[in-house]
Design a protein around this ligand. Structure first.
Ligand code: TRP
Ligand code: SF4
Length: 326
């Protein structure tokens, strides 16, 4: 079976954006690939180092969200990055062969330095972010990496580093990983801005029905639809795009007709959306709530064992190739 690896930084509870933008896809990929799903705590630390007190709790929450969403710890390796020191060994070697200019020109690097306020990211570690990411992928010899478009530059650098490594030592040790891009349309936040933890404009996978109702209620609708008799424009309404994402096509066209024909008001429409989201998230929340810490700890321990085995095999091969002592 071909292998994939992907990861997320543990920076808080997961939300609907993670579900449709990544997790649902990760769940499907389990049927076709041997999957490694990683909680990238070292990567999180690169930006959260000043205040890491929620790190452990976020890792636990992430395992709950992963498993409740359908990642199967029996088939997939669900693990915490910092439990597998082999990533760092390979990152060290990759640092040696990566020209400084390659990391300096990664577009996300300068962008984040500019955009992320209130944190000092002018560190050595942060510059090396994509080198560690390349090692994350290569240490499992992953053939493919499911990611969002924002990660494409990192994957491109990964491929360049791998090509350089294979070229320097004249052995195709690492496959050049392909990107598996998620096709789902981007889900905006409740306020029509990008869905993000820092804007607090998301519905978490763990939100209760009451919270979901409240959140859906404040969603922005078609601004031109003020009175009930005004005809609406679903294409510009965020509530409608949620319908398109979370319900079946015949249901979606019903909502469209109601809106365009001014047959129902936005309040009623939102009630319908809240019900659908509650129905979608109910099994996830129930599964999460049933998962004691001990179960989470068991999954993490088993994941670490399996990940270290695979990563260890790669490192033994790498060390032999470049004449490092075993
Ligand atoms: N950089 C990724 C993100 O922010 C997380 C990540 C770390 C990752 N290592 C990875 C993703 C390896 C894919 C493969 O989303
Ligand atoms: Fe949006 Fe529904 Fe209101 Fe139409 S009726 S504008 S789809 S909330």
């Amino acid at each position: 079976m071909k292998r994939i690896l992907s990861g997320m930084r543990p920076t808080g509870k997961l939300h609907l954006g993670h579900l449709v933008g990544a997790l649902n896809n990760w769940v499907k990929l389990q049927d076709e690939y041997q999957c490694f799903y990683m909680i990238a705590d070292w990567h999180a630390l690169m930006s959260e180092y000043e205040d890491p007190k929620l790190m452990k709790e976020s890792c636990y929450e992430m395992v709950r969200d992963f498993v409740a969403s359908g990642l199967d710890p029996g088939r997939s390796v669900i693990f915490v990055q910092s439990h597998v020191p082999e990533h760092l060994e390979l990152a060290m070697i990759f640092s040696d062969i990566t020209p400084l200019a390659w990391v300096e020109r990664v577009p996300t690097y300068k962008e984040q330095l500019r955009e992320i306020k209130g944190r000092d990211l002018t560190t050595y570690g942060f510059l090396g972010y994509p080198i560690l990411q390349a090692a994350d992928i290569a240490v499992y010899k992953a053939d493919a990496v499911p990611v969002g478009v924002d990660q494409v530059p990192h994957l491109e650098l990964t491929r360049e580093i791998i090509r350089r490594f294979n070229g320097l030592y004249k052995r195709d040790i690492f496959p050049e990983p392909a990107a598996i891009l998620t096709k789902t349309p981007k889900l905006l936040g409740l306020d029509n801005r990008k869905m993000s933890k820092s804007y607090a404009n998301f519905i978490a996978l763990s939100d209760t029905p009451e919270v979901i109702k409240k959140k859906v209620n404040v969603m922005i609708t078609d601004a031109e639809r003020i009175r009930l008799q005004d005809k609406g424009h679903p294409a510009v309404c965020n509530v409608f795009s949620y319908f398109s994402t979370f319900t079946k096509p015949d249901n979606v066209s019903k909502v469209k007709d109601w809106c365009e024909g001014a047959l129902r008001g936005c309040t009623e429409c939102k009630k319908g959306l809240a019900e659908i989201l509650i129905e979608n998230l109910d099994p996830i929340r129930t599964r999460r709530d049933k998962m004691p810490d001990s179960e989470v700890e068991g999954i993490i321990a088993e994941g670490a064992k399996r990940a270290r085995k695979a990563a260890g095999e790669t490192m033994a091969e790498v060390k032999k190739l470049i004449n490092l002592m075993p």
